[in-house]
Design a protein around this ligand. Structure first.
Ligand SMILES: *[C@@H]1O[C@H](CO)[C@@H](O)[C@H](O)[C@H]1NC(C)=O
Ligand SMILES: *[C@@H]1O[C@H](CO)[C@@H](O)[C@H](O)[C@H]1NC(C)=O
Ligand SMILES: *[C@@H]1O[C@H](CO)[C@@H](O)[C@H](O)[C@H]1NC(C)=O
Length: 342
């Protein structure tokens, strides 16, 4: 539930009704949207407020798409399950700002060394290779754990040829590293550290997702699926190195700046902010591939954890070559432990 008091709601509604009258022609569309996403509002005031927010978002989406159709943008937006939330609420619910990425990434990971290898493929898609699990839904809990399991799933797949969905809840409950705070902010390399220290990670099936921080670790060593012995990282601002890492290592965990409202309603195409105003990363995703085959139109393929209702069935194509959304700021991967692990 959103923690907004009734008094605050009424105040917001009265404030809004001064400027925004609800559009009666959207009644049917609103009803359909509520039914599709099982939305129910207890108070009439709450419904009016949510409807006003939804109308604003819908208008923004339609305006953007008109311009995209004219060629002003390379991507399109779509109404989704976030439709009745304001950008501030979305930021609060889905992201966490971390101001100390620099400090934390200066730790002792193995730096991936890019080469002048001329045989780096110009497109890679780990989904087609079979190394990516289904798109998951983080709900209101930390995306860092989803990005981390995605990279570990890819690592395990490369090592064994088996694809096993791994447990985010295991990481959320058991990460004792200082900067990983349960459902809030976290770092993927610290999640890999947790896996190293506890000697493995459980499957999604044996340690299912609750979507909240339980505070007690229920990791079962008997049920360990895979192990890692350390982690590696790719140098900042090195998209060429990142491409080589995706080709040679597998899916890579990244932090990105997802604060734009358009990011929340991304539906299709290649996401690119014309003035690339990315400042500070606040969301975690998984690079599962790229396409560098066409001049200036290359893109990263990113897996998100906002269900298949968002983006291209849960994925985004992000423009390559201009550090869009600060995609290169923090890119890490687990290093498999060859000794043990099933
Ligand atoms: C990060 O490093 C800077 C400069 O070394 C320091 O001033 C700051 O306190 C550090 N932040 C944290 C959270 O450790
Ligand atoms: C790569 O991008 C180009 C240009 O958009 C497209 O024609 C091609 O089909 C893409 N390749 C793959 C494997 O998706
Ligand atoms: C990707 O494509 C760009 C533009 O065509 C090119 O400059 C770059 O060298 C390519 N990168 C790799 C690693 O092939």
């Amino acid at each position: 539930m959103l923690s907004i008091s009734v008094a605050a709601l009424i105040w917001l509604v009265s404030l809004r009704t001064l400027t925004t009258a609800l559009d009666p022609t959207l009644e049917g569309t609103w009803r359909d949207w509520k039914a599709t996403h099982s939305k129910e509002y207890v108070q009439e005031e709450e419904e009016s407020f949510r409807r006003a927010v939804w109308e604003e978002n819908l208008q923004m989406i339609q305006d953007h798409n008109k311009q995209a159709d004219l060629g002003k943008y390379t991507y399109w937006l779509g109404m989704n399950h976030f439709g009745d939330l304001t950008n501030e609420e979305l930021d609060k619910r889905l992201h966490c700002l971390l101001s100390d990425v620099d400090n934390v990434t200066k730790v002792n990971g193995i730096m991936f060394k890019s080469s002048d290898d001329p045989n780096i493929p110009d497109h890679v898609d780990w989904r087609i290779k079979g190394g990516v699990t289904e798109v998951k839904d983080q709900g209101e809990c930390g995306s860092w754990s989803f990005s981390a399991t995605g990279a570990l799933e890819g690592m395990h797949f490369k090592k064994t040829g088996k694809l096993v969905s791994l447990s985010e809840q295991n990481l959320i409950d058991c990460s004792t590293e200082r900067q990983n705070s349960g459902c809030f902010a976290g770092f993927m390399h610290l999640a890999f550290e947790t896996v190293r220290k506890q000697g493995g990670i459980n499957s999604e099936k044996s340690y299912p997702y609750d979507g909240e921080y339980r505070g007690s670790c229920r990791y079962d060593p008997e049920q360990s699926i895979t192990r890692c012995k350390s982690f590696g990282k790719i140098m900042e601002n090195d998209e060429k190195g990142l491409q080589e890492a995706v080709a040679k290592i597998g899916p890579i965990s990244v932090k990105i700046d997802a604060r734009s409202i358009k990011f929340h309603f991304y539906k299709s195409g290649i996401f690119r902010e014309p003035n690339n105003g990315a400042k500070q990363t606040n969301h975690d995703m998984l690079i599962v591939g790229y396409n560098n085959s066409s001049e200036g139109k290359g893109y990263w393929i990113l897996k998100n954890s906002w269900s298949t209702l968002w983006g291209e069935k849960g994925y985004m194509r992000l423009a390559k070559g201009s550090n869009q959304c600060k995609v290169t700021e923090y890119a890490v991967f687990p290093v498999p432990d060859p000794k043990k692990g099933k």
